[in-house]
Design a protein around this ligand. Structure first.
Ligand code: CP
Ligand code: NVA
Length: 313
């Protein structure tokens, strides 16, 4: 596995499966109250340009549970690239801490942090990718269904950050992934094209359609995300109009397989991309997903910050 986790483009099936095993063991220890201070004395800097509940709390709580410490740096604290250059910020942070989680608007900002840092950089969401989310979601699916290859995931919504990481994760693990989105909300063609190249080797099937009803048929998993992502608030009214017909409601769930699982990365805008009935209904594993943010990210932290990691500079 690479030193950084900026996207899922280069993550291998073996990397992900090793993380599943580690996450499962850390989860069992946590539930049984068995101490697991694998990152004692380690410190994580958390540089966030956007708000967060899950990513912030799970990385912070995860570091505490692993015997380490996390420092949250809010948007006004360091103002990456404004108060000083990204390179200078990275060259400071690496003197004091053992890893960085960054949540940024521009994806280039995370890439540059990784380029200039001798310590691991984890992307905690950028405008273009959300790799930790999809690692945690894959872990949740693995817990629920075992083998993942060939599972059919249908994503209803915007072809942006969460969808991009799904395309890369599905390509790595050989899943079948269909995005149903309105015209003009398709994924970045370069990210889609590269994932499709990788899919040839893994057996994944990656598709984009504008027909939500056709897309949900035979799905094992129905996944959705907000129609208006952080930073797009001014487009809210337009997006509400554009995404009509893409709401994950009971009628769509009933078109899928009877044992379909409903997933959402959260936060949810209830009544927009998903109804209360589906979110709180019997097919939903949404809050299991949220729980697993903690366990899978702890595994990632141990893998990237823990002892025995060979740092290649
Ligand atoms: N899913 C997710 O990343 O949630 P937050 O934005 O609350 O961190
Ligand atoms: N697409 C959403 C994901 C939030 C976790 C956003 O970027 O706001």
């Amino acid at each position: 596995m690479n030193r950084h986790l900026v996207t899922l483009e280069d993550v291998t099936q073996a990397d992900v499966e090793a993380l599943f095993d580690l996450a499962a063991s850390l989860k069992a220890k946590q539930r049984q109250g068995i101490a697991h201070p694998l990152l004692q004395g380690k410190t994580l800097a958390m540089v966030f340009e956007k708000p967060s509940l899950r990513t912030r709390v799970t990385f912070e709580a995860g570091m505490t549970q692993l015997g380490g410490h996390a420092i949250y740096l809010a948007p006004a604290d360091i103002r990456l690239g404004q108060r000083e250059t990204v390179q200078d910020a990275a060259r400071n942070l690496e003197q004091w801490v053992d890893g960085i989680v960054a949540r940024t608007f521009s994806h280039q900002m995370v890439e540059r942090l990784a380029l200039y840092s001798q310590i691991p950089v984890i992307n905690g969401l950028s405008d273009s990718h959300h790799p930790v989310q999809i690692l945690c979601d894959l872990f949740t699916l693995w817990e629920k269904r075992g083998s993942l290859a060939g599972r059919r995931v249908t994503f209803l919504g915007d072809g942006n950050n969460v969808c991009h990481s799904w395309l890369q994760g599905a390509a790595a693990l050989g899943l079948s992934f269909t995005l149903a989105c309105p015209p003009a909300y398709e994924p970045d063609p370069t990210i889609l094209g590269r994932a499709q190249e990788r899919a040839k080797a893994s057996g994944a099937r990656l598709e984009v359609t504008h027909d939500p009803r056709a897309a949900v048929r035979e799905a094992d998993v129905l996944y959705t995300d907000v129609w208006t992502s952080m930073g797009q608030e001014e487009d809210h009214a337009q997006r509400l109009r554009d995404f009509q017909g893409f709401q994950l409601d009971r009628a769509l769930v009933e078109q899928a397989r009877p044992d379909v699982l409903v997933m959402h990365c959260l936060p949810a805008h209830r009544g927009e991309e998903i109804t209360d009935e589906v979110m709180d209904g019997p097919r939903s594993i949404i809050f299991d997903q949220a729980e697993n943010r903690l366990h899978m990210q702890k595994a990632l932290l141990v893998r990237l910050l823990g002892p025995g990691v060979r740092v290649v500079s």
